[in-house]
Design a protein. Sequence first.
Length: 317
Amino acid sequence: MTRVVVLAGGVGGSKFTLGVREALARRGDPEATVIANTGDDLWLSGVRLQPDVDSLLYALGGVNDTERGWGRAGDTERVNAELQAWGAGWPWFTLGDLDLGTHLARTGWLREGRTPTEVLGRLSERWPLGVRMLPMTDAEVDTHVLVEGGERLHFQEWWTRHRAALVPTRFENPGIEDARPAPGVEQAIADADVVLVAPSNPVVSIGPILAVPGVREALSATSARVVGVSPIIGGRVVRGMADVCLTAIGVETSAAAVAAHYGARSAGGVLDAWLVAEEDAAAAASVDLLGMRAVVAPLWMRDTAASAAIVEAALSA
């Protein structure tokens, strides 16, 4: 039996987590625990949205829109159109009707006094996910982006409305210094045999998880091996605008640079091993010098089978 914990967020994290489920199913292992980023959450039109949580939930439930990369498959937008007719919400931020059903259920339970962990547990009951999902924290921790000129935007406005075209100078998670890991997060890391860092955006998906006080300490103390998967292939981001985020914090868009950003556990960082793509095999020596083991493997997540192969390589690391 291999006890696996995954740190994940976004579309990349969803595809990777599908691979985790598939790889562990082949081994006959029990469920993995997925610690989901909640740093891009927000309140909009009176409801609480959790974009990364829902991307994972919908993908694992088999109901995600694979063409758009977000939301529910076959969704409609009648309610969204009505909200816009009232001048409510953001006209550039589309909420599908089925998606809104999720947000309304979540918000109702939160208003009744349930914690985000309890709410995610309720949401996880609808479909056979094959993993246990936990939010990184029960605290409300959004992501703000400071852009050139001094304007402060919610991450979703910067990412969705402006498509990261406004040059960021800083990313902040107000209130994160007072947050604590959600119930079960530290214990899951402590009990794990392997902790996998998904190829999600290092700055705005994995970054907030690691910034929750107690998470890095748990990773440092665990006897598990901590293995990360590079989100950079051939010197380019696989999807999204992670390169813009990396540049803003002074990190080069390369597999070795992102490995250095996370750091080796032996040097106070978080990683024991780092998977780099075949296209970046030349970076393996630089990664080894950081104090972590470099493993070269195919990293394109073209389908669940390919993602599962990546997970197998990570587990073998």
